[in-house]
Design a protein around this ligand. Sequence first.
Ligand SMILES: Cc1cc2nc3c(=O)[nH]c(=O)nc-3n(C[C@H](O)[C@H](O)[C@H](O)COP(=O)(O)O)c2cc1C
Length: 318
Amino acid sequence: MISWKNFQQPIVALSPMADMTDSPFCRIAKQFGWPVVFREMVSSEALVRESAKTLHMAAFHEAERPIIQQIFGKDPATMARAAEIIEKNFHPDGIDINMGCPVYKIVSDFNGACLMKDPDRACAIIREMKRAVEAPISVKIRLGWSDPTECLDFVKRLEAAGAELITIHGRTRAQGYSGVADWEMIGRAKQQVSIPVLCNGDIHTPEKVFEALTVSGCDGVLIARGALGCPWFYSWYREIAETGARQTEITMAKRVEYILAHLDLHCAEYGEHGVATFRKHLSYYFKGIENIKPWREQMMKIGTRSELEIILARIAQS
Ligand SMILES: Cc1cc2nc3c(=O)[nH]c(=O)nc-3n(C[C@H](O)[C@H](O)[C@H](O)COP(=O)(O)O)c2cc1C
């Protein structure tokens, strides 16, 4: 189990991302030293129904530890039961509650960021979950539903209910992903509580980690989009922390080597069909790379792992 209060600071962790921070991606990321990873959200209702697909999503390999499993839901009893199922089956190092997802499908059913509109319910969820499991409970929120100062009171309520760590994405639900993450407001929220608070949003390069920590005064950061196609984000961050600059160049040959390792794990997890679902990762791995367009078009058409391996090997040699 993780002890957030005693965890080495600053905490630089991989943020939960649906369809992205699955077991294969987390295993690749761990090779670059991430001290803790948050796995993609799973539905509490599906867990309670014992959906095989959802249970599979929550499974992980020991190499991914310490690992935090995120769950979403609106009903305190269901969330507590879901946490129990997660703990009994998988024993993650912590359980995180999603109170920040802005997607219509989630909030229209009173899940995700919608819980920020009902602090009593949000707190009841934490209390029930804490009664049900030993794992530390953390919460991921936004600045607010529509007003960015909503988090200032909300975090106090979460702490009083028993949350042991809070991550704040520096946007409101109304903003979605537009505008700029407000690290100063996150910093104001951090001042309201004594538990560790993580700053999240727009920390897209390892250099930005230091800026976000300085501006917010937080105990750490969660990195989401910056780690997509860049699982080595954390090792660059360490190099900068230790020497003042990135040291390791990710050559095209190395990039392809890492992609192939990821592809292997992905296909071992999802079978041959995994090649199609791996395309989303390929887009990120080659984002912003010069002269990749003709290769990209070929990659998006292939259907088998061996075809993709051939193209990747050609890219490495080109
Ligand atoms: C593809 C994708 C999936 C996401 N899924 C989740 C999720 O399952 N749970 C969650 O709390 N946040 C989720 N998020 C939000 C991120 O964890 C993070 O809060 C947000 O992207 C802002 O951080 P960034 O600027 O570093 O990307 C997701 C974001 C993306 C881009």
